[in-house]
Design a protein around this ligand. Structure first.
Ligand SMILES: Cc1ncc(COP(=O)(O)O)c(C=O)c1O
Length: 439
């Protein structure tokens, strides 16, 4: 199959987060995948430098996960999760809770990152109501934050291009992002910038803690171009939230399940949120699934304040919450993360990845490089007054060289598969250097 499409087929699909007109004038189609590589419509091998969309760290076409899904399909293809259940959902919930920092004990299933975020936001507001503090409804997000595309996530998100078209959202305010002058080209966590967390105190002074439900941040902001937290920043945010009775939500849709070299950013950075959102790597991206993990105290507040035992404590959930096939994919993914010693592998590869990516720093057109774990973002200088033109051109040159490269805003982003080799990282970074230099 060469994936050739008719003009009408190309025209029929409205593609997500895509420059549709550009794509349709120059289609880039993947037709199969295995390990770290796609095959494109021209039968070329394409290295997957973002693990799909930060999803497929274990690589593509993992036979162990595929078999678990196939077996599940033949056993229990679907079961409702409202008022009835199936065993794997409970087994998976226990397993996820066991992998998370102490205190994060209760798991609510969704289908993706956006649903996880909106679930967490609703959970936070409802929690305060259950506790008799109904005025706590406001959210604090962060500039450059990405929290998916549903109305809650768009409201707390801080990427202007993703918000501008949609008008009034939820009541939110935004902390500054953490890219500050002097931190360019720092490896890993930037040394300066923890003081930015103090802005939260100013916001509390402005809005009053009695009106604020939650702060939501990505431990490492991903979609805006990989922004690792300054040393001490997350700790400071946690402290201020604690002092003011405000819930802290970590959006770990990219961070969780290996990308940081740990099962969560919370674990890696030693800061435990009240609620954590996950998705993507939970099933290695194969079947849509997300999980929101919260402290027992939150769950208990719902159980204790919902009246009769037959009352639904949290009127929220999705038709496909904990679908058996997604649960089977997640169980098998967690097996593989463990059996392949993925945390050790990511921690082992990260220093070379860091050195390799930062070797590009003296090339023209690069204004910053940031990295953590197996994630890196490179900011490129504007071209012809446009922030997005150069990243697009670089990504197209990379495609011609046999690399899928994620471009967004004024950045290109790398999230190599956990199973990649040092040699593949070097080849990727060499090709990227040439593409930035326009060779
Ligand atoms: C931090 C974060 N939150 C939420 C989302 C939304 O996830 P989804 O696209 O699965 O809805 C993403 C997606 O990249 C993300 O990176």
């Amino acid at each position: 199959m060469n994936g050739a499409l008719t003009p009408n087929q190309l025209d029929s699909l409205w593609m997500p987060f895509t420059a549709n007109r550009e794509f349709k004038s120059n289609p880039r189609l993947m037709t199969s995948a295995s390990g770290c590589y796609f095959t494109d419509q021209n039968n070329r091998k394409i290295y997957d430098s973002l693990s799909g969309l930060w999803t497929c760290g274990l690589g593509h076409n993992n036979q162990y996960i595929n078999e678990a899904i196939t077996k599940q399909l033949a056993t229990l293809d679907y079961a409702p999760s409202f008022q009835f259940g199936h065993p794997t959902a409970f087994e998976l919930a226990e397993r996820i809770a066991d992998l998370m920092p102490k205190g994060l004990d209760k798991v609510f299933f969704t289908n993706d990152g956006s649903e996880s975020v909106d679930t967490a936001l609703k959970m936070a507001r409802a929690y305060w109501r259950k506790k008799g503090m109904a005025s706590k409804t406001k959210y604090i997000g962060r500039v450059k934050g990405y929290h998916g595309v549903n109305f809650g996530g768009v409201s707390v998100g801080g990427i202007v291009g993703n918000k501008a078209l949609y008008g009034q959202g939820l009541d939110t305010d935004h902390l500054s992002h953490t890219i500050i002058p002097g931190n360019e080209f720092q490896k890993g966590l930037p040394a300066q910038g923890a003081y930015l967390a103090e802005q939260l105190n100013e916001m509390i002074a402005l809005h009053d803690a009695s009106n604020i439900a939650a702060v939501i941040i990505e431990p490492v902001a991903g979609s805006a171009g990989v922004l690792p937290p300054p040393v001490g920043y997350l700790q400071k945010v946690r402290e201020i939230c604690d002092k003011n009775n405000i819930l802290l939500i970590f959006d770990e849709v990219i961070c969780a399940f290996g990308r940081m070299g740990a099962y969560s950013g919370a674990e890696k950075f030693g800061v435990t949120p009240d609620i954590m959102t996950t998705a993507k790597q939970l099933t290695n991206g194969i079947i849509p699934m997300g999980a929101v993990i919260c402290q027992s105290e939150i769950y208990d507040a719902f159980m204790a304040n919902s009246g009769d035992i037959s009352a639904i404590e949290f009127p929220h959930g999705y038709t496909y919450s904990a679908s058996p096939v997604a649960c089977a994919a997640a169980m098998a993914t967690l097996d593989e993360l463990e059996n392949q010693n993925i945390m050790e592998r990511v921690n082992g590869l990260s220093p070379q990845f860091e050195e390799s990516v930062h070797s590009l720093r003296d090339l023209p057109y690069i204004s910053d490089i940031r990295n953590y774990g197996l994630a890196a973002g490179i900011t490129l200088t504007h071209k012809d007054g446009s922030p997005v033109k150069r990243p697009y051109e670089v990504a197209m040159r990379m495609w011609d060289k046999g690399f899928y490269l994620r471009y967004g805003g004024d950045t290109v982003q790398l999230g190599v598969p956990f199973i990649t080799t040092p040699d593949e990282i070097d080849r990727l970074v060499n090709a990227l250097g040439e593409s930035i230099e326009n060779k």
